[in-house]
Design a protein around this ligand. Sequence first.
Ligand code: NAD
Length: 357
Amino acid sequence: MNFKIGLLKGDGIGPEIVDSAVSVLNKIGEKYGHSFDFTAYLAGGCAIDATGEPLPKETVEGCRASDSVLLGAVGGPKWDTLPGHLRPERALLGMRSALGLYTNIRPAKLYDSLRAECPLRADIAGRGIDLVMIRELTGGIYFGERGRREGKMGQEAYDTECYSVAEIERIARVAFNTARKRSRRVTSIDKANILESSRLWREVVHKVAEEYPDVTVTDMLVDNAAMQLVKNPSQFDVIVTSNIFGDILSDEASQVTGSIGLLPSASLGDGKCGLYEPIHGSAPDIAGQNRANPIATILSAAMMLRYSLDLMTEADAIEAAVDRVLREGFRTADILGSSDVKPLSCTEMTEKILERI
Ligand code: NAD
């Protein structure tokens, strides 16, 4: 089959890691008889430099016309002082709303071969971590009414958390459907002891749960969830939560698995086209040095094959190759830990993965 893939290489290490993922997809194409037609578009700091805006119209139109989109990362110190609407990160928010991507899926898995690098106690790491965090992406406080005003104590600022029944229903369904493909357990995270929006969240999640009698749903308050992720992360399978809670907890979940250089993510809406990207940023400190770990982006490409292009065997092949490379002891500098092997460069790690596909 032939697929049109939009590439947003972005800034910093973005171009290096996206090139790695492209070579992996080309290898998959050769092996399984598909062709990937890649078109690169500008987004983030590089787009600001070239066009004056973080997400040019051509980028949005090109991505909308693609079967799926692969993103490296955007941002860097060069653009940090620009006003909010011109910051590289606006490109991410703009793409999510342009493609209607209301779900963010982040798997957090501790590889057996990297258990020693897990920052948690050995007995906790020994029980394993393999969870999927499903975060609502286009609602809640990040998109609610905000502003500044005169208050009782002088100037004040406010942001508003607001969720509709429809927004909660659709993200809950994504969580229950995902759980059906795993161990059929969903933990819904909220702050229902304080927030009205969380009380509605809880009510709606339980209403949707009635459609999925084979899936167990448990509620957990967000403060407890933050503790449980470091105390007993093996208890979790599928987690579903709001935009802001998911933003914070997914970073925590990724940290307990070792390196952020390993973890992929997918942003999806109702259609097939999704946005796939590593969870890390543009790592300006190592940009252009061929030292970046390409695995998170390569695994993002695998997620793209699975969720947007329905190529399950091909996605499995990429994940198995990554697993093998790690089991065989190959490491980039960020996942070296206590190992005394010579770290591989970004291109060397990519080669090792290509050889195993
Ligand atoms: P970062 O994730 O870019 O880097 C944090 C640390 O992790 C750095 O030491 C970096 O070298 C290391 N690191 C990250 N990815 C790595 C990889 N693949 N291989 C090896 N090491 C890796 O976070 P930051 O430093 O807070 O942010 C840098 C820039 O990235 C900022 O401009 C920020 O706004 C942007 N950012 C973008 C995204 C995105 O595009 N989705 C996400 C987060 C941050």
